[in-house]
Design a protein around this ligand. Sequence first.
Ligand code: IPM
Ligand code: MG
Length: 369
Amino acid sequence: MATHKLFLLPGDGIGQEVMAEVERVIGWFNQRGVASFETESGLAGGTAYDTHGEAISDADMALADSADAVLFGAVGGPKWDGVDYDKRPEAGLLRLRKDLELFANLRPAICYPALADSSSLKRELVEGLDILIVRELTGGTYFGEPKTITDLGNGQKRAVDTTVYDTYEIDRIARVAFDLAKTRSNRVASSEKRNVMKNGVLWNEVVNQVHAESYPDVELEHVLADNCAMQLVRNPKQYDVIVTDNLFGDILSDVAAMLTGSLGMLPSASLGAPDGKTGKRKSLYEPVHGSAPDIAGHNLANPIAMIASFAMAMRYSLGMGNWAGKVEQAISATLDKGLRTGDIMQDGMTQIGTTEMGEAIVDELEAIA
Ligand code: IPM
Ligand code: MG
């Protein structure tokens, strides 16, 4: 049996609690002998800053680089509001994405049947929802230079963020989106703002080129990012795969996530390019939700997004797609039993805490396996 090396970065706030539940699931796999996982843990975000004076240390970056997959919790919190911009908790996550070249961020928004009534939209609009946002993750406004605030000396300051994309960056993310669409409903919606941004014009052009050259049989539409946000709350099921840039992807994925009932439900995968020799991709898996400092430490957090992120790791990095499906099934079965954390609580259901949810999912896994 191959041993998989996992590097765990729980981060801040509820990141630590939800990661503990993934460790419970990992422990189950090791104990049952169906897989062999070796784990090592590091610090990221504010907790790393408190220890090392930076949002992630070089040593932890090296461990992340050599792992088969990185599992990441969440970072940030009011405690670090005053920290220098380049040492703020989020800088740790951004360094991981950039240095490991994790350009493809996959954010599925799936509505579990048991949660269709927790959505802010009507049941019929979200029931059965299954869309995949493919967000470019290493370019655009997040990383473009210059990125500055300049004092103009007249009592005014000027802030500059730069949005930059080169052809190859758009080309490779478009290919990821088209390839994934082929495994789903074969439809891609590409979203940008070509009506006001040169970046949108080039994005549109390159996506069309890639489509014509390599994926003529995939259905492609273009939708302006503001319209896409509106369509997501009007009729989300019209979409299959949405491909978009870093900044729009950040926003559209939060919108899509909330359609499903709770941010606490959604996993994500961040993938690099396949290695020329081994075909392996660098990868990091994290829940879409943040560190929720307001509820941290009270056994209130929903560990489902984190556990589902581990399932994505099994599917995309560890060649264990079959087991990924079983973990997802165990999550669904737990919800079908009426068990809920506070964020997805509904009348008539049973409210439980973070650890109880982790335990219940492991019990279901045991039953399914
Ligand atoms: C996300 C988060 C991050 C982002 C933050 C924490 C830097 O919102 O992963 O969506 O903006 O990308
Ligand atoms: Mg975000």
